[in-house]
Design a protein around this ligand. Structure first.
Ligand code: HEM
Length: 363
């Protein structure tokens, strides 16, 4: 039987329709109540991960350590390629795990507001059958930028990114899982916030009768599709996994700099060097971390140094055709020396060439 771990932050925001759909599909749902002190695991043993909403934010990690632990768990689930669904706070934590900035929006978005799907949603595994526009239920203050490598799926008038996909992870900022009763529960549980925002809770609750039927139908469709991923997907094959994991990727990065130092003095001189012709240990280790994340492994580089943003990092580096070729020669020698062959070699040859060309900034 497939299992899904659901992290719940407060009593009033349980998995609701998500839990119902998963159970109906024969998936076992393990609910972790961090508000009751349930410990957050560092790695995901289950087949999928759902993170629900809550009245706290990514900025509260110091006050609420479980939030930081959830980000670590998300990074592990991302590295394993397991299906992830982040709802409201869960989507903010997912965005943070991917290195995106999460910050307070210009104003809180609470209540019933239109959600518009982005063109990319048409081919999306979850939103592919959803109407181009619908009324969603919103209750958030924080918003996030689109994480590097993610696809924007939805927006609203007030919030540029309302949903996104990154690999097999979906972040949905608005609430698709609520029922009429749940909305009433929200307005009772968070009445102080409504008062502070001078919002009419009774009107918001009453409007649930107009909107919930359509929203629940859409929710069942979206969550059923996510459940199918949990049921059908095996472990994801990544170049990182195909190469043999962290040690092999680290070795490749070291061999890359060895080849560069041995054969490409001009390129070597552009790098941070600890002595003439010797690239610093720090630069070598940072590149090794980057390579692991870039090939589908742990996102530690992003965690420690922020998103790679390759174009920006190479803006001051004179990359003409000669430097590009020197870089590729060094990587080719390194892959030869590491004995990398077959499909993964063909993939890497193509990807490195593609990015090296992309980084060329001198004709
Ligand atoms: C096309 C030829 C390339 C040249 C001449 C080049 C050169 C450089 C240099 C000089 C730096 C150090 C910049 C600094 O410390 O400020 C650097 C950093 C970096 N390069 Fe390249 N690079 C090239 C291609 C690539 C490619 C294809 C990738 C990825 C596949 C890549 C990934 C990186 C990363 C991640 C860093 C930053 C590592 C850190 O945090 O220190 N580079 N590159």
């Amino acid at each position: 039987m497939r299992r899904v771990l659901v992290i719940q932050h407060v009593a009033d925001e349980p998995p609701l329709a998500i839990g119902d759909v998963l159970a109906a599909k024969g998936i076992s749902v393990d609910i972790m109540r961090v508000d009751r002190g349930d410990p957050v695991p560092t790695t995901l043993a289950s087949d999928g991960l759902v993170i629900m909403g809550g009245p706290m934010g990514v900025a509260d990690t110091a006050r609420l350590p479980h939030l930081g632990q959830e980000i670590t768990l998300l990074r592990d689930a991302l590295a394993q390629g397991k299906p992830i669904l982040g709802v409201c706070l869960g989507s903010q934590l997912l965005a943070a795990a991917l290195g995106a900035r999460v910050s307070p929006g210009p104003a809180k978005e609470i209540g019933w507001h239109p959600v518009t799907l982005e063109p990319a949603a048409q081919g999306d595994a979850l939103f592919g059958a959803a109407p181009q526009q619908f009324i969603g239920f919103h209750w958030h203050g924080d918003i996030f930028e689109l994480p590097a490598g993610a696809t924007a799926l939805a927006r609203s008038e007030r919030t540029a990114v309302q949903a996104f996909r990154h690999g097999r992870a979906w972040g949905i900022l608005f609430h698709l899982e609520v029922s009429r009763d749940a909305v009433h529960g929200f307005t009772r549980a968070f009445a102080d916030e409504l008062a502070a925002e001078q919002l009419d809770g009774a009107a918001i609750a009453a409007a649930a009768s107009d909107h919930c039927a359509t929203l629940e139908q859409l929710g069942r469709e979206v969550f059923s599709r996510w459940a199918e991923l949990v049921l059908t997907l095996g472990p994801q094959r990544t170049p990182f996994a195909d190469l043999g994991g962290a040690a092999v990727v680290h070795d490749l990065a070291m061999r890359f700099y060895d080849a560069m130092e041995a054969h490409e003095p001009a390129l070597t001189a552009l790098h941070e060097c600890e002595s003439p012709g010797k690239v610093s240990r720090g630069a070598r280790e940072r590149f090794a971390l980057f390579l692991a994340g870039w090939l589908g492994g742990p996102q530690d580089y992003t965690a420690q140094h922020g998103p790679p943003r390759l174009r920006m990092r190479h803006r001051e580096v004179p990359v003409d055709a000669g430097m590009r070729d020197a870089w590729l020669r060094s990587m080719t020698l390194a892959m030869d020396a590491a004995g990398i062959t077959g499909d993964v070699r063909r993939y890497l040859d193509a990807r490195f060439a593609e990015v090296a060309n992309f980084l060329r900034n001198i004709d």
